[in-house]
Design a binder for this molecule. Structure first.
Ligand SMILES: C[S@@+](CC[C@H](N)C(=O)[O-])C[C@H]1O[C@@H](n2cnc3c(N)ncnc32)[C@H](O)[C@@H]1O
Length: 412
């Protein structure tokens, strides 16, 4: 296979861009799948929306074989996204002679690399909604379907987004380092989450005597201490934030424990042993992962056969239900898979919204069997009179639906 190189286009490349796009237009017409009209890809038309340096050219065996345009603002297709917030791809094209030679894959990888180098967290694109092969191509490259919109009466357009994990993790890490000191023991066992039953009531953990445990997103180490106090023989923790781990290390050593702590994103294995742990758990940290299926697969690999995995996180309704004017209302879509950026303690962080099925299916794909799903509000809250409040974790909300989700699964 020929080597594929990609470079940014310059003024003298206008004809090259046109020739690649004309070639692709002709080929798509030939196979009865027209995408663009020839008039739409003349430089005359393109120059209304693009500068030549927005284009990137792929060469295969020294011949121009593909192109794409990358722009940092797309008010027509994505009017809600501010300039510079995302990177948008258009006019991805491959010549007839270069098809199926990896040129389109190379261009998509280059698109991701450009986004990461520019420190951008999301890549976006739109494509023909009624072309399943085209959509499958983007989905294979990790693009997540967002919505369909119909333009000009019959242009069914599918919108896709891809979150660049490195950019998000770098920002989240920096923010968690700044916040670490104010998150000392805030959510920790036996507490699972917000206004929900705790471990003393639920008894999801097995007897920890002599057991090896691993805390994913261990924060300040308070849950690990709880495990130590319940007899665990080995306390292991992993966290993205070095500052959290400094606090955890000191706190656990002050309490006469000798934890093994790893500074790493949970999306990667920093050297944790395989088939080793009796229990892996994560208290209000799992939702930070940029790669839920990959993280669950890693967790399954750390557990012994018969080992238990328990996690808690915001209930998926939390990202789309809002308390306003005395009522709870759907303020967003349950299906919205777009990354959600906000300020936490004055620091920028980004999370991915997920549905209940995303968690359960990712557990199944990692080989887990689900033993328990807890969607409960604390009895004391259910029984008492509460005032309506629009707070994120308001008791008035908790009376209507669980604010936290708790799941227990087993590695067969
Ligand atoms: C709410 S705290 C968890 C509290 C902790 N589990 C406890 O029991 O005390 C969330 C933690 O997740 C960590 N975190 C965020 N993103 C992460 C990632 N991608 N990988 C590993 N840890 C992450 C943060 O640094 C933070 O310490």
């Amino acid at each position: 296979m020929n080597e594929i190189t990609i470079r940014q286009a310059q003024t003298e490349d206008i004809l090259v861009v046109e020739s690649i796009l004309f070639d692709a237009v002709n080929w798509l017409n030939e196979i009865g799948q027209p995408l663009w009209g020839a008039d739409e890809v003349s430089w005359d038309a393109l120059s209304r929306n693009y500068k030549i340096e927005n284009f990137y050219l792929a060469y295969s065996g020294g011949n121009p074989s593909g192109c794409m345009a990358l722009v940092d603002h797309d008010p027509f297709f994505w009017p809600d996204v501010n300039k510079g917030e995302s990177l948008f791809m258009h006019k991805l094209a491959v010549t007839k002679s270069a098809r199926k030679s990896g040129v389109a894959d190379a261009l998509i990888e280059y698109f991701k690399k450009q986004g990461t180098e520019r420190g951008i967290k999301t890549l976006r694109l739109d494509t023909h909604a009624l072309r399943p092969k085209l959509r499958a191509f983007y989905e294979r490259h990790g693009f997540v379907f967002v919505k369909i919109k119909i333009f000009a009466g019959d242009r069914h357009t599918a919108f896709y987004i891809h979150t660049l994990p490195d950019s998000v993790l770098a920002e989240n890490k920096s923010s968690w380092n700044k916040m670490a000191d104010s998150w000392f023991g805030v959510t920790a066992l036996p507490t699972y989450g917000c206004l929900c039953p705790n471990e003393d009531e639920l008894h999801l953990f097995p007897d920890l005597n002599g057991k090896k445990v691993l805390d994913i997103g261990c924060g300040s180490g308070h849950s690990l201490k709880w495990c130590g106090d319940h007899g665990s023989a080995e306390l292991w923790g992993l966290d993205l934030s070095g500052r959290q781990l400094e606090n955890a290390g000191k706190y656990l050593r002050d309490n006469n424990y000798k934890p093994k702590l790893f500074c790493s994103p949970m999306e990667q294995n920093p050297g944790l042993p395989q088939d080793y742990f009796d229990v892996v758990y994560s208290i209000y940290a799992i939702g930070w992962t940029m790669d839920l299926p990959g993280t669950f697969k890693l967790i399954a690999s750390y557990l012994k056969s018969g080992g238990i995995f328990i996690f808690s996180w915001d209930h998926p309704f939390m990202h789309c239900v809002e308390a306003k004017d005395g009522q709870l209302m759907f303020s967003g879509s349950y299906y919205n898979a777009e990354p959600f950026s906000f300020q936490k303690g004055g620091n920028p962080v980004t999370l991915l919204n997920r549905r209940l099925s995303d968690y359960i299916n990712a557990l199944a794909d990692a080989g887990f069997s689900v033993e328990r799903v807890v969607e409960e509000t604390d009895l004391a809250v259910l029984e008492r009179e509460v005032e309506f409040s629009s707070d994120y974790y308001a008791p008035s909300k908790a009376k209507q639906f669980p604010l936290s989700l708790i799941v227990k699964a087993k590695k067969p």
